[in-house]
Design a protein. Structure first.
Length: 256
């Protein structure tokens, strides 16, 4: 297991129970005690947890300060992302107009669209999403220009936003680095936050595609409050109590 995935799984385990031991992490991650202790030291230095004697605790919302690269994120929670994408794909009908952003989960949705025969108009700021969508000959593909963030292979900036504002689409599907009741959808980059917010504002139906590890995480820049979102689609590993919290706040949250 790659270090990045171990770190995400450690934080996910802490979100479920608030406290965990080194031995529990060794067993669940199939890693040595020395490896787990190094992981905990790294995560503590990043301000993501607090080490205790024999383990660690999570004292508050996990704050994201550094965004993983596209390649780092692509291989994390692959099974869950595919399940989320399949559930999102069920929301599509012939002749829909949609916006897809550059998230690794929306990439899986793009893969399904590319393999289908659906007649769609698809607008995206992602070079990788474009290449997958283009495999479906029934799609009218509109690729946005602008400054490309190489970290996520997405066009951002004033040019991209002005281009987006020309459209009114049926559905928008966006990803986020963090989701929380109070802070809404967040991402570490301001330019990307503004593009994602504009995408949501262009759509009649607004979907957020996030795996369970993104909940109770807060990044620097707000994309949008949850009031701007119609549906959040996540995977089956989300904690039941967390699911209930969102539903109690009148947020439609669907497990794939």
């Amino acid at each position: 297991m790659l270090q990045g995935e171990r770190h995400l799984r450690i934080l996910d385990a802490l979100k479920q129970s608030r406290t965990i031991t080194v031995r529990q992490l060794c067993d669940s991650l199939e890693a040595s005690e020395a490896t787990i202790r190094r992981d905990l030291a790294t995560l503590e230095a990043e301000g993501k947890l607090e080490r205790t004697h024999g383990g660690a605790i999570l004292t508050s919302l996990t704050t994201l300060t550094i965004e993983e690269s596209y390649n780092q994120k692509e291989n994390l929670f692959e099974t869950q992302k595919r399940a989320i994408a399949r559930k999102a794909f069920e929301r599509l009908v012939d002749h829909d107009s949609i916006i897809l952003d550059a998230g690794t989960t929306t990439l899986e949705l793009a893969r399904l669209i590319g393999q289908s025969n659906l007649h769609l108009t698809v607008i995206t700021n992602s070079t990788t999403v474009s290449s997958l969508i283009a495999q479906n000959p029934n799609v009218e593909l509109i690729a946005m220009g602008g400054k490309v963030r190489l970290n996520v292979l997405a066009a951002v900036g004033h040019m991209t936003i002005e281009f987006l504002r020309r459209f009114n689409v049926n559905k928008a599907f966006v990803a986020a680095n963090g989701v929380s009741i109070d802070s809404g959808l967040t991402t570490p980059d301001l330019d990307e936050a503004e593009v994602k917010r504009t995408m949501l504002s262009c759509a009649s139906e607004r979907y957020v595609l996030v795996d369970h590890s993104k909940f109770n995480r807060v990044a620097l820049c707000q994309i949008a409050p949850l009031s701007m979102v119609d549906v959040i689609i996540t995977d089956s590993e989300i904690d039941e109590s967390l699911l209930e919290t969102y539903r109690n706040n009148d947020i439609e949250l669907i497990r794939s």
